[in-house]
Unconditional design. Sequence first.
Length: 236
Amino acid sequence: MPRRVVCLGDSITRGQLSADYVAMLSDRPVLSPFAFTNAGVNGELTENTLRRVAAVVELQPDLVTVLIGGNDVVASMSAKSSARARRLNKLTGSPGIDGFTDNVAAIVERLMRETSARIGLLSLPVLGEDIGSDSVRRSQEYSAVLKKIAESNRLAYLPLNERQVEYLTAGGFRPGTHYRDNLALMAGGAIQHFLLRRPLDDISRRRGLRLTTDLLHQNTRGATMIADLIEEFVTG
């Protein structure tokens, strides 16, 4: 019987606006002993994920990967983004690194207490592709929190942010699109993909991006980095 792996996350895990890394994992012959469950929900912040962690517990998985927090970072970038997230996601508090820390710690605590699963905590993908920008630095700050939580609970830490920063730094890339604190880029990408049937990698290339389609959601290269890290975790 295959070992069940639940991939808990937001839209990057859901794989509609992003290249689908969960499907990639399911298609890899080396991972045939595992059955992957996509537990991604579009638009979630960590407070939302905490509310539904019971559904993951009910599955009693053998392994859980956790890739959450990208939307928390987006919401932290400005007062406007924070207010929008509070309204759309019905949050009880203001998005920020303290709430993020508490939410992730609570999710991990419940998974550890109520399942026997091995847990792998991924750091965040880069927000934007300008190395040294405020948005990338913010993704690194939140990823440092994830690393600390993983270490304090003796969980596997999967260094996605570090791998993506290393890739962008080594290549010396200058992105053709820069981070903006609005939803226009994401909305435009969704229109191109779902209405015009344009492949995600084409959208990424037209925007001069290497890892993302809209500075948050992943193209095939970015999603493959996620899948590779998870493969290393589940087979390790």
